[in-house]
Ligand binder design. Structure first.
Ligand SMILES: Cc1cc2nc3c(=O)[nH]c(=O)nc-3n(C[C@H](O)[C@H](O)[C@H](O)COP(=O)(O)O)c2cc1C
Ligand code: SF4
Length: 415
């Protein structure tokens, strides 16, 4: 039986989450102390060598992003922004970290700040996460009172502090450039890329935007080093990932596992198997902006590159299981309604396209047999056009579940 390997969840459940002494007694802030003793180049090198990939969805190497944010200017203000918007359907891992081990995220923010040379940051949390907001606010206050945040930390030259900003429930505000607009107090419309946040982010300054889980890996890497991190997971995807199980499984929940395990192991050993037994009809990996795989594809290795090679995505780590009695057209309706609701309306291809796709999904559900496949092919063509002409990544997302459903789920679609 595969075992959980807890790196980003290493302190979860071990003590009162807000007891800073218990956190320190269990080794908390050791990674930060080690990082503080390193010169920035060594710290950046260690993170880069660990091949830690962003856990927010895109899987971009964290060390590379930090390096380019630092290199964007010689001696200017740089910001650290932690993305805790967690808007991807089926994803709830960042909430677990913030509620269960808030000091670990404080420590991750500190190490990020050391790596890029920043003295101020923001934690952008979705407004619905009341308990996470409350606990993070208390943890920040206690860490400040105990000298882990503020001016001249431990009497040295490094100063860093950060504050919480609440999101108002827009999925698009989880997209990094839209998030920065929202932080600046503007309407949640995306910015054009490039420039990337590393060059020109918050108020035009170089800005590091990382997901909560990405930052929660940094204390371990700083404490034990890249070589130790590289012993976990697979070659291109070292380390662990928190997977979130939902849908038709016996035990919905989460587990932090080494990357590269087969999808079957995740579902059968950590989610208690498919409700009612047997293989699922389909699994949606990575949420609404994710990809469908069929019940016959459970031997896929859950790492970034293996999934990509099969046309699938790891995304945020959501594993949404559809039992054999589920209707695939109903699922497509739900996903397309979601995108139509969350489109910000700024550009025509997405504003009109998402509404048309939502209507098309409902029309598809009213058809039978091969006519459904024809309808799905037409939807994919429209979503592809939308992806090419939309302003931001939201408009490029609907094609992912649609295309993967067409490729992998013809049987369930027509049956
Ligand atoms: C529509 C949309 C929504 C997103 N929502 C989130 C989110 O809720 N949380 C998150 O960490 N990343 C989200 N992302 C990804 C971010 O744009 C960005 O890639 C991420 O914060 C970078 O952090 P990482 O490199 O640590 O993954 C979203 C992207 C898109 C296109
Ligand atoms: S692609 Fe969609 S979400 Fe993005 S700017 Fe255009 S309308 Fe807004």
């Amino acid at each position: 039986m595969a075992l959980e390997r807890r790196i980003a969840l290493r302190y979860l459940g071990s003590a009162d989450p807000l007891d800073i002494d218990a956190y320190i007694a269990r080794g908390g802030f050791e990674g930060f102390r080690k990082a503080l003793a390193m010169d920035p180049g060594t710290l950046l090198g260690e993170i880069e060598r660990s091949v830690l990939r962003g856990r927010g969805g895109a899987g971009f190497p964290a060390g590379l992003k930090e390096k380019s944010t630092r290199a964007s200017c010689d001696d200017c203000e740089r910001f650290v922004v932690c993305n805790a918007d967690e808007g991807e359907p089926g994803t709830f891992k960042d909430r677990v970290i913030m509620e269960g081990e808030p000091y670990l995220l404080v420590e991750g923010m500190l190490i990020s700040a050391l790596a890029i040379g920043s003295s101020y940051g923001y934690l952008y949390i979705r407004g619905e996460y009341a308990l996470a907001i409350e606990r993070m606010a208390k943890a920040i206050g206690t860490a400040r009172a105990r000298g882990f945040l503020g001016d001249g930390i431990f009497g040295g030259r490094f100063s860093f502090d950060f504050e919480i900003r609440k999101g108002a429930g827009s999925y698009l505000c989880g997209e990094e450039l839209t998030l920065l607009e929202s932080l600046e107090g503007k309407r949640g419309y995306p910015r054009l890329k490039p420039p990337f946040p590393a060059e020109k982010g918050l108020w035009g300054r170089p800005t590091l935007v990382n997901n909560v889980e990405t930052m929660a890996n940094l204390p371990w890497i700083a404490e034990y080093g890249a070589d130790a991190y590289l012993t976990m997971g697979s070659a291109g995807s070292p380390g662990t990932k928190i997977f979130c199980f939902s849908g038709d499984v016996e035990r919905p929940g989460f587990a932090e596992l080494e990357l590269g395990l087969p999808l079957r192991t995740l579902i059968e050993e950590f989610a208690g198997g498919v409700k009612g037994g047997g293989e699922p009809l389909a699994v949606l990996l990575g949420g609404a902006a994710g990809t469908f795989v069929s019940g016959g594809m459970l031997d896929l290795a859950m790492d970034y590159d293996a999934l990509k090679a099969s046309g699938a995505t790891l995304g945020s780590g959501a594993v949404i299981v559809l039992g054999r009695n589920r209707s695939l057209p109903d699922m497509l309706i739900s996903i397309m309604d979601f995108f139509a609701h969350e489109s910000c309306g700024k550009c025509v291809p997405c504003r009109v396209g998402t509404t048309r796709l939502a209507k098309a999904a409902k029309a598809l559900a009213a058809l039978d047999g091969a006519a459904r496949t024809d309808a799905l092919e037409a939807m994919v063509a429209e979503a592809e056009l939308m992806a090419k002409t939309s302003l931001c990544p939201l408009g490029q997302s609907p094609v992912l579940p649609l295309k993967s459903a067409l490729r992998n789920l013809r049987g369930p679609l027509e049956g």
